[in-house]
Design a protein. Structure first.
Length: 340
């Protein structure tokens, strides 16, 4: 879900050519959910093998990673660890939304309303532990590095960029800016088009780059104040204040400087306590991260890739081998900080 601050930020349109030779840390859960939502049949059914196991996530990862490597981009995937207890409310809300979407999907399907059925089905995707494990197995077989974050995957990705071990974070969530990623790349793993909400039409999707420092200067705020704005709007860790959106929160923080001082002027019953404010700040400004990672790219192990995709999930061996040709002779080796 993430925090709703995107409208305040300037986004540069770039191409894959602008990212050649760059190391991009991709929020793994973010893109896997993206694949589960978008890679579906006309009636909303996700791709499945003969055993009924969902394979949309593997198909998306395999093809989009090939696109990145072919463009000269060096991807790294960062996986979520244990969520902060403050995220429990958001997790439960998402769970209930999926349950309702599943009911709506079955109703639409029974009516023969495939348009609504597919729309509802896109909201039902669940990423299981098995899916995550097979994703990691596939990345290992493909020779693509990944890191297991102790908590939020996006926070780990941002940490790696701030250490200059990578150029940018690849994610759809603006939360990466709250954690302090100097550069956020959006639409990196998209298919190049996106359905227009409520219409049978698609729009072209371009890769967008957001530079954090430039935007903070334009808004006249600091990194800490950006986090305070998010607390007023609502994050994955707190519900926010009803009626306060991005523009209003910006004005409040510009005027009062801190969320504590802004809250003194707001007369509502559900204001966060000072302790809650401090806890949320810590999640974004001092996240739980690790240095236990090694960024090494290798040539793919074709036998293992075929075993995972073809032998286990009945992917077409010919198509898998064709795509694997795009993985040949990738930019192997480790990070080179001189690139940045």
């Amino acid at each position: 879900m993430g925090v709703d601050i995107g409208s305040l930020f300037h986004k540069e349109t770039i191409t894959f050519d602008d990212l050649e030779y760059r190391i991009i840390v991709i929020d793994a859960y973010n893109v896997l959910h993206q694949f589960l939502a978008s890679i579906r049949q006309r009636d909303g059914t996700p791709l499945k093998d003969s055993k009924g196991e969902v394979t949309s996530h593997l198909s998306g990862l395999f093809q989009r990673t090939a696109n990145l490597l072919e463009a000269g981009i060096k991807p790294v995937y960062s996986f979520d660890g244990t969520p902060d207890p403050l995220k429990a409310r958001t997790i439960e809300i998402r769970k209930q939304r999926k349950i309702q979407a599943e009911k709506d999907y079955e109703i639409a399907l029974a009516k023969g309303d495939l348009k609504t059925a597919r729309s509802k089905a896109q909201q039902t995707g669940r990423l299981s532990d098995q899916m995550v494990d097979e994703t990691k197995q596939l990345l290992t077989a493909l020779g693509i590095p990944f890191v297991q974050a102790p908590s939020e995957g996006e926070a780990q990705a941002c940490y790696m960029v701030k250490k200059h071990d990578a150029y940018a974070v690849g994610s759809q969530d603006f939360d990466c800016l709250l954690v302090g990623s100097p550069i956020l790349i959006r639409n990196l793993t998209s298919s190049g088009k996106r359905k227009v909400a409520g219409k049978e039409a698609y729009k072209k999707v371009s890769v967008k780059q957001i530079r954090l420092e430039d935007n903070l200067k334009k808004l006249g705020i600091t990194q800490n104040q950006l986090v305070d704005m998010a607390i007023l709007i609502g994050t994955d860790f707190n519900p926010g204040i009803h009626g306060i959106g991005p523009k209003k929160s910006l004005k409040l923080i510009q005027k009062h400087e801190t969320v504590e001082q802004a809250l003194e002027t707001i007369d509502v019953a559900d204001k966060p306590t000072i302790e809650e404010v401090m806890a949320i700040r810590k999640i974004f400004l001092d996240p739980d991260v690790t240095d236990d990672y090694h960024l090494i790219w290798k040539n793919p192990d074709e036998t293992e890739v075929v075993r995972i995709l073809c032998d286990t999930h009945q992917f077409s061996k010919i198509r898998v081998q064709e795509t694997l040709r795009r993985f040949e002779n990738p930019m192997t080796g480790t990070t080179q900080k001189t690139l940045f």
